[in-house]
Design a protein around this ligand. Sequence first.
Ligand code: FSA
Length: 443
Amino acid sequence: MAGGLGTQSRILILGGGTWGCSTALHLARRGYKNVTVLDAHPIPSPISAGNDVNKIVEQGCFTDGDDEAAVAQTLLHAANEGWQKDPVFQPYYHDTGYIVAGSSPKAIERLVDREVRHQASSFRKLTTAEDFKGTMPTGVLTGDFPGWEGYYKPSGAGWVHARKALVSAYNEAKRLGVNFITGSPEGKVKSLLLEDGDVRGAITADGVEHRADRTILAMGANAPQLLDFENQLRPTAWTLAHIPMTEEETRLYKNLPVLFNIEKGFFMEPDEDKHELKLCDEHPGYCNWVDQPGSALPQSVPVAKHEVPASAERRMRDFLREIMPHLADRPFTFARMCWCADTRNRAFLITYHPKHPSLVVASGDSGHGFMHIPSIGGFIVDCMENKLQPNFAKSWRWRPETTRDFWGRDVLDRFGAGNKMLDVNETREEGWTNVNATPLTVA
Ligand code: FSA
């Protein structure tokens, strides 16, 4: 690898989203004095997946073998320590409990195998509509829960206010001296600065060269626009929408456990500031396939969009009809596609690049990256300092040998929407929500 590092080394982070801000914070805490973050948008960026009212924090792990399981456990522990003890993050964690459910035998079997059986004594089984309704105050869950089976864990899981936690990490990193250059053109990265086969920084859209001893590529689903990932990342999007709630409803809905049906969708309590309830329909994800010149395989390219396909809206309303039919027809006030970066086995991709000795890649959140914001930056800095534990380094390695063929249709153990990958291009005929035209008054 490239030459030695010290606290005066110039470290450049590309991307000021969840992992970029976490890395900036951890670098500053370790005493690095010369850290710069570039982002095309002011933080919190409207295209960062972390710019969201809430995200789930739970124990579920997605593993394929003992080594991966050990890594997942250590990671989870580190994240939970941060949510419980780190003053930068602790105020945003809500230990409200968590209900995980399914509607088909296959999904139920999978969730028991993936989550419940590892901590069987913390979960209570829910089989009838009454069982589900009993987990929340009267009047919240009013549906019939047709065919549902679930497991309820009253504590040790919950949700976090994602945007506030992201901004908190950013503010603390800034307070500790990290330099953030945001907005376009000055923060927009046009290309990596390649010299003698290495990456010596980045060039922004205003033509400025930002030279660095180490460059950390933390641009999530947008990272493949700067570097050839050899088919290891698949940008994939999920869909969310908000519905307005009255003040009275917001009070009734306070401190609810998270409810996640792994083939239908999930919700958490309404946002305390705007009194909006965020909803997600669950599915294996949307890709936007584009044939790229010079690339043998089509690539999924993120498209930022503050709307969702009409079929996603339909699925959200179907989900509501099963659990809270009184809200099923309420207009949306906000909708959005949220882009993540899947890897083929859903393990992160955090490693030095094999050909560019000063470049660290930090991507591959695989749809479970946000909850690690308190700690992931520490692992990324460990990687930069060549201190990652061997099992982590192995799990998060550069691994193009696993992605030589097209894996764009792999659902990666997810369910919903017919258990098939979705394509943004197929939504052209059905259209999109038109949230701006939707009246904002509560029916
Ligand atoms: O278990 C979790 O961490 C929930 S992540 C929420 C979600 O929308 C997933 O439901 C989806 O499958 C994808 O991984 C993106 O994140």
